[in-house]
Design a protein around this ligand. Sequence first.
Ligand code: PLP
Length: 387
Amino acid sequence: MIYLDASATTPVDFRVVEAMMPFLLQHYANPSAPYAAARFVKKALETAREQVAALIDAEPDEIIFTSGGTESDNAAIGSAITLEMRRGHFVTVKTEHSAVLETARRWMEYGRPVSEVGVDHGGRVRLDDLRAATQSGQTALISVMWANNETGVVAPMDEITQIAHDRGAMFHTDAVQSVGKQKLSVKETPVDYLSLSGHKFHAPKGVGALFISRRVRFKPWALGGGQEFGRRSGTEAIPNIVALGMAAEIARQEIDRGVEEKIGAMRDAFEKRLIAVHPNTIVNGDQTHRLTTISNLCFPGVDAAGLLILLDECGLACSAGSACHTGDLQSSHVLLAMGFDDAHIRSTMRFSWSRMNTMEETLRAADLLIACVNKMRSLQTGVVRQN
Ligand code: PLP
């Protein structure tokens, strides 16, 4: 299999598996227990917290561990809205992940006002609309994702942070697709809450973290034994947390060594080879503000659902629309918000890379894709084309 679906999930790094194994087999004590074996586990927990904090330039006491991006998004939004019972207005964007949009809708059911701001054709939030929607004294929270999981389009984070803070609102960002791929600093971009997820950067599924700035308060929704500074009760998932720490450490080193550019070279070579043969291929999303890990491509006239099946038969794993949902092929809400019509969306595929991909397999994948697009076009029109 050639795996070009790294935005859905990534393979676990073997060094991460090695780091977590002793905490499954030997060091199983509960970190809150009063004996030496527990203190050892507690120390590992705090080391992981330091490693995750370092990845986003935060302080360790600003990090709590969660079960992943979904929980972090739910917890941050729920905290901000319940802290601000009187001014519970929430502003978000139409292209957010469902973990944010569904949470917003739930709060609407509870009678909270929610505004969903639109994006331009490149997928970037309309800042004037965001400014107009955010009201001083009423808006408790703005939530805008750092980079979009379907298109890779990166939001203007500094401007959004400024808009939120100028109006006395807090700012949460779902940075699930950015963390571990891009260098980012919560000191340089002073967001208040930030969600991240381990399985997007070579840790196991089911572990993530929420950054909560020292500047803001936090109202927990998981109540109980008071773990994680009283902010997320429940016995900590130590093996997963140790794994997340190691994945963060490796990701930080890789980013310093230029992994972003290395992945970008593969993505660009892939697009170049495809477009050379199929010049009518359309790259969806703003190309100057885009993660290097994602390519969202429209092959006009080609049925993406059929293409996905052909590619699967050839051993190429990728996705049509967002794989984070259910694997079904509903029209992507992200592409709809960007103003694309159903025909365009039905011809769109997402390819995504991690550091575990190689240039060789990337070029092989491009050739497979070229052949499959030809086949689809010939099946759909009855004309056979040679390339
Ligand atoms: N937010 C974004 C942008 C994502 O891409 C995903 C992907 O699954 C999530 C949130 C959910 O994260 P998790 O699977 O860790 O719950």
